[in-house]
Design a protein around this ligand. Sequence first.
Ligand code: FBP
Length: 554
Amino acid sequence: MIMEISSLQKARYEYAPKLPGMLRNGIADICVVEGEETQSVADQEKIKELFPNTYGKKEITFQKGANTSEAKKQVVGVILSGGQAPGGHNVICGLYDALKATNKENVLLGFKNGPSGLIEDDYLTFDDAYINAYRNTGGFDIIGSGRTKLETNEQFAIAAEVCKKHGITAIVIIGGDDSNTNAAVLAEYFAANNTGVQVIGCPKTIDGDLKNEDIECSFGFDTATKTYSELIGNIERDANSAKKYWHFIKVMGRSASHVALECALETQPNICLISEEVAEKKMSLSQIADYIADSVEKRAAKGMNFGVAIIPEGVVEFVPEFSALIQEINELLAGSKAEAFNALATWKEKYAFIENGLTKASMDVFAILPEGIQQQLFLERDPHGNVQVSLIESEKLFSALVKDKLEERRKAGTYNGKFNPLHHFFGYEGRCAFPSNFDSDYCYSLGYNAFMLIQYGYTGYLSKISNLSKPASEWVAGGMPITKMMNVERRHGEDKPVIRKALVELDGKPFKFFEAHREEWASETCFVYPGAIQYYGPAEVCDITTRTLALEQE
Ligand code: FBP
């Protein structure tokens, strides 16, 4: 079968990603500067105890200088883990190029379909022809991805066997906070068992929640938010042209609202909910609906019966009364009780069962939900029997609640507008887009740098490229022990060492900027139309980073 490719894809094959200045001559010209020993962000004693071989290592930076790394053949295995994020292919391309430029005998293996590929010994060996077909392209189809977790000693023992079989010297895990937590645990296991296999992580996720004082952003966030912002901007322009619809747009981001906030900074919609603020202010569904309805009412009074509201995917979990309701529903249907519920023939009977089982507070919340959402709460269960909150159509939920509020206001005589809502969900549209120049460069650098860390013998480190709001020539390459980013959290009833997830900081500059402008955006039409990602043209159009990063590094 002949694979057809688009003109853009052909052109992107030729794009030469920009590396940080210090990496541009490869290993021959790179030396290591070791910094301070590190401590985990919290729970130091516990993390130290759990990671006796990899805890407290020094942060490192590369700079130009004479290479002192050991000359040995490297066989590296790479894994893509979790949700797709634009640029993943370039991490692998950068890793491959660095590995081959260092020694032509070096080998790169790609384990297929996520971490399970390592356990199942399902892999391919990269060569130039294979790699060249994926340069600067979106997606994770180069080897596939998956969400299997590597976390048990049995899995680690199998992984060690597979590494031994292929003579693997290092594993690179490209993943988010959970996958890199697992990378740290695997690194510790390999070190404790003297396998000689190093483990390096690369920070991935469109959600933008794997960041901290060392990791300025996860890759994919730039392209995904630019893709969503293009679409939101197009919708804003449509809304401003037709002047007859209110668009409720849910954007991905399982938990944190970084994606929603970045899209709001890019497009200046009338409304953008920020889940972290909803939690901080303990807002109820009714208060959120009133907040949106205020904007609808103010705009209607000026003859503007249209608008755009951005809803972060994870928001309902941050509404205290809603998460209490979810917990009660999980208990209500725990174990065999689910069977009794499912045996009831009609929704009326099921409703009575629910009414009987919920507390009054939760029933009050349940009662105001549109029937479609009520039923969704009982249909979609995960393998543990829990409600899958991410599947709740919160964009429809909020527009329905706003509609009710507006009817009340109409009766009270304060509102006399028209409210025609339309709904959208932007998530999968952005995860495999052609990576922006920023993500192409950043990802290639992360992969290239990961090999430098391997070559210099480091394990349990995250590939770190910083100074990202500056041109790539000024970026700084180095590595950070993953244990530095860890703390202990309660997960599934157990205390676990995990990388701390970064939520939107309400005292951070991106949120502060949004907060200072949102009142005006809510009542006026201040839309901004970012347009499509540009790959060719002036740097100020093609190479700009996110507003979030620019504001954070101001
Ligand atoms: P990662 O954290 O693995 O990068 O994935 C994040 C994400 O893209 C979320 O934004 C979204 O909620 C989720 O993946 C969707 O998961 P799936 O691909 O399994 O449907």
